[in-house]
Design a protein around this ligand. Sequence first.
Ligand SMILES: NC(=O)C1=CN([C@@H]2O[C@H](COP(=O)(O)OP(=O)(O)OC[C@H]3O[C@@H](n4cnc5c(N)ncnc54)[C@H](OP(=O)(O)O)[C@@H]3O)[C@@H](O)[C@H]2O)C=CC1
Ligand SMILES: O=C1O[C@H](COP(=O)(O)O)[C@@H](O)[C@H](O)[C@H]1O
Length: 490
Amino acid sequence: MAHINQIDPFDFIIFGATGDLTMRKLLPAFLRRFHAQDFQEDARIICVARSAHSPDQYREQVRNALSEFAPTAARDAETLNKFLALVQYVSLDATKEGSDWSGLEEHLNDPQRTRVFYLATSPALYAPLCAALADHSLITPITRVVLEKPIGVSMETAAEINDGVGRFFPEESIYRIDHYLGKEGVQNILALRFANPALEKLWSSDAIAHVQITAAETVGVGKRGPYYDESGALRDMVQNHLLQVLCMVAMDAPASLQADDLRNEKLKVLNALRPMTPDMVRHNVIRGQYTAGRIDGQDVPSYAEDLGQDRASNTETFVAIRTKIRSARWGNTPFYLRTGKRLAAKTTEIVLQFRPQMWPIFTNTPSPGRLVIRIAPDEGLSLVLATKDPSAGGFRVRNGVLDMSYENQFTIEYHDSYERLLLDAVRGNPALFIRRDEVEASWRWIEPILNSWRHALSPLEPYPAGSWGPASTRALLARDGALWHEDMLT
Ligand SMILES: NC(=O)C1=CN([C@@H]2O[C@H](COP(=O)(O)OP(=O)(O)OC[C@H]3O[C@@H](n4cnc5c(N)ncnc54)[C@H](OP(=O)(O)O)[C@@H]3O)[C@@H](O)[C@H]2O)C=CC1
Ligand SMILES: O=C1O[C@H](COP(=O)(O)O)[C@@H](O)[C@H](O)[C@H]1O
């Protein structure tokens, strides 16, 4: 019997095949989807990097990575072996003049098949790589290219990359990935808002006092220190993931779920973000860096120690931002964004804090209710509402929680957002990928913050690993009379 989600035969070519992303995310995601029978043995995954490996040596590395990062699917030996048979390896320096491309050309011998190039290399290579693909006549009219983040480190470099890739691919064939858009909980924001008209009626400054968007991690920089130290939390997480989540929360209803209808609405939000002046950066943006501390009962080193260097680094591992959206819907609601490494908990969530009652009639009033959208680790929704305290004596009101976890409600099939996004790229559905103007609008908003920091207008504040960031982070909300979620009483 045909599987409902199955897709046509395809050639998927990964540049950066020996890298962290390919081993930890891309190939495990493909194995899980193969295990779920979303595609067949006629697919080919052609992996390219400079390192000299035979295809069999490479497959052994992949086998080990899959056992670690997709253990359940990898335990099915028959499926694992069939999957590994789809994986080819080509050793090629794709940006060096005179490299021998014949190995890759031999694999790509059918221009009628769906062809997707996935660039999991340094972004500096994206444009030269696309030029090399064109030189070797490997771009067919139905070829797509997937670009990993970050697209540039500034507005200027983003435009350079977009121009460079755009010389060889039309915009509709360029898929800029943001794995947060592949998260179930992020996509559910669309359903929550636009399939629940009653809820959408509350979705504005009239009822919402503030919105918090948090992406907190307990991990440090791990092996990605050299990249991260150049990037920092603002470029690594805010410019892309957090702003995309903010767009999903704040946008107006798109005309349809078609890619450009969604992207047009997201773009309007990005363009409506209140531009940051240096003075506003000073008062509305906190930057921090972790010192040694304890997480889950374990001592963990400082950022400098994680980097393995003696000298101090000026890179932020934490950012918190207070901003506003210049629109009739949201003008009176602050949005707080925060992200950081080595924080107290791994959690990605959105909190919409309701406004208090205008005229309280109860002698005790609990804190105003809120809606919490949990994106990770356990996806779900919580609605905190005031209820009558049923215990005897007087009429008291206290908060109760309506809780819906996806795990109890549904059979979750997608374990990682890359599973969905890789297959969307193969199917040719760009709705969850970022358009050029969105990337550039995000950079336009981020750049004044970076410029301010460059002129040392904001201090880099230390925070102990295992905390919720620098102490001043609380004050950012306190001035609006607000609390971060972890500080709220039920
Ligand atoms: N790792 C992660 O969790 C995430 C990564 N990303 C992005 O994904 C991309 C890849 O990241 P990551 O895997 O961590 O990086 P790595 O440094 O681990 O891997 C880079 C890969 O590129 C290959 N490579 C470098 N130069 C060439 C070349 N000239 N021709 C062919 N292959 C080449 C390297 O292999 P070799 O040396 O053998 O050539 C290696 O396989 C980056 O843009 C990163 O920002 C985005 C989100 C998360
Ligand atoms: O893109 C990135 O995201 C991860 C966090 O992703 P999540 O899905 O675990 O929330 C982050 O660790 C990494 O630094 C960043 O590049």
